[in-house]
Design a protein around this ligand. Structure first.
Ligand code: NAD
Length: 441
């Protein structure tokens, strides 16, 4: 099949590459000339495990190409995916200017039947708006389909190649047939394609992300309560997670969710609800609690240093909003950096993938270390904000030689509290007892 993907960011590049991998001819379109040049020259623009290999193979075999021209990108394609940004507008609702702008443009250049597919996360009613924007200037036959994307950054290729389910919203038999054929290689193991109307498909994506954000936030509140009641959230997590109705996943407490999706999608769903006169109380609480969680470690750090952080040096491990990605959008680490620097502290950071992205956003507000151990040199304490695997079993002996104090504030509960105490570290985490070694001053 001939496919165009408009918007070549995290979702567009993974979508385009994975469809090329299953034998389709894919043209990815992006307005960013630099990005298109890099990709055309075989330089990948995002870090995503397993993606580069597929990207290079399909580029070499000429099933994948890149252009800045929408006309050029769609000229041979029957299937056009929109993987465009839907950032929060001023009032928090999803800003559809990119999606509707491209739809308007498509209306002026479409010839012959096309299926236009919303892969961006868009509010209920967007498929109708996209349809209207195209139809305004176009008399040819086309269908607009809602096909929300559920991939997770960090495991995006795996999620795309083996999705738990594919959700497709359409009332057109023709589009339904094309979408079934397109996704057939991805659902061979019996994972379902769930067909529904466009509006339900659009809401499904928001409901999924909001539910997951709520599950995380619920656990974070249990962790806060554990700190007050001297209970251990790890034990509670294991105790409830073995109940099949609850499940083990998304029960890990920490310093809040971030990223490009949960914060904006929860906010956008609240706005959609408000727009139809519904006050979505749970989600308002979720947003409020999550804001607090991002800075949960800061008062603990301040208390430990007796209210004065001026001139203190901190090492910060982890900048990406979660491991296995270089995405720093809404990353809790950035909020912690702001808070510590505002108190007069000096912060040296290390992240395996996200350093360049952080440098381009906050420049020399922090120092950048070459390794996780370099970051510790002369530090009064280590702060952990992202649960990268390499932080889970560090060389503690090496850490001790470079850290000024054996003090750790861990926003991701990476270490066993008894074991770390044995090693002589003062250790504060989320929802668990503070580990204080006997000889700690
Ligand atoms: P992104 O910002 O990484 O990529 C968007 C791309 O679109 C950019 O490269 C940008 O240059 C390009 N673009 C903007 N205007 C354009 C135009 N007029 N023509 C062509 N290209 C244009 O965004 P993303 O993370 O890929 O997200 C895209 C959509 O998918 C959003 O709605 C998001 O909510 C949704 N989504 C994201 C994820 C995720 O994990 N990132 C997962 C599921 C769904």
């Amino acid at each position: 099949m001939k496919i165009a993907v408009v918007g070549t960011g995290y979702v567009g590049l993974v979508t385009g590459t994975c469809f090329a991998e299953t034998g389709n001819d894919v043209t990815c379109v992006d307005i960013d000339q630099k990005k298109v040049d890099k990709l055309s020259n075989g330089q990948i623009t995002i870090y995503e495990p397993g993606l580069e290999k597929l990207f290079l193979r399909n580029l070499r075999e000429e099933r994948l190409r890149f252009t800045t021209s929408l006309e050029d990108g769609i000229k041979d394609a029957t299937i056009i995916f929109l993987a465009l940004p839907t950032p929060p507008g001023e009032d928090g609702s999803a800003d559809l200017k990119y999606v509707l702008g491209v739809a308007d443009h498509l209306g002026k250049i479409l010839t012959g039947y096309k299926v236009i597919i919303d892969k961006s996360t868009v509010p209920v009613g967007t498929a109708e708006k996209v349809h209207a924007a195209i139809a305004k200037n176009c008399t040819c036959e086309f269908d607009v389909v809602s096909n929300p994307e559920f991939l997770r950054e960090g495991v995006a290729v795996e999620d795309f190649m083996k999705p738990d389910r594919v959700v497709i919203g359409t009332d057109s038999d023709k589009a339904r047939k094309i979408m079934s054929e397109l996704y057939a290689p991805f659902v061979r193991q019996g994972n379902p394609i769930i067909f529904m109307d466009e509006r339900s498909a659009e809401l499904t994506k928001y409901a999924a992300n909001s539910f997951l954000a709520t599950k995380i936030t619920f656990m974070n509140e249990i962790a806060l309560l554990c700190e007050k009641l001297n209970a251990d959230v790890d034990m509670v997590r294991r105790g409830i997670g073995s109940d099949e109705r609850i499940g083990k996943r998304f029960l890990f407490p920490g310093i809040g969710y971030g990223g490009s999706c949960f914060p904006k999608d929860v906010q956008a769903l609240v706005k959609s609800a408000t727009g139809v006169g519904y006050d979505f109380k749970i989600l308002n609480a979720v947003m409020d609690i999550n804001e607090g969680m991002k800075l949960h470690l800061v008062p603990k750090i301040k208390k430990y240093f007796k209210g004065n952080l001026k001139g203190r040096k901190f090492a910060l491990w982890g900048l990406a909003f979660k491991p296995n990605t270089d995405d720093i959008r809404e990353a809790p680490a950035l909020y912690i950096i702001d808070a510590l620097v505002a108190e007069g502290a000096e912060v040296t950071v290390f992240d395996p993938e996200a350093m360049n992205n952080v440098r381009s956003v906050i420049g020399d507000k922090v120092k950048y270390a070459d390794s996780q151990y370099d970051a510790l040199t002369g530090a009064d304490a280590l702060v952990i904000a992202t649960e990268w695997n390499e932080f889970r079993t560090p060389n503690f002996l090496k850490m001790v030689t470079v850290l000024k104090n054996k003090v750790i504030f861990d926003g991701r509960n990476l270490f066993d509290t008894d074991a770390i105490k044995e090693l002589g570290f003062y250790y504060e985490s989320v929802g668990r007892a503070v580990a204080v070694p006997t000889n700690h001053k």
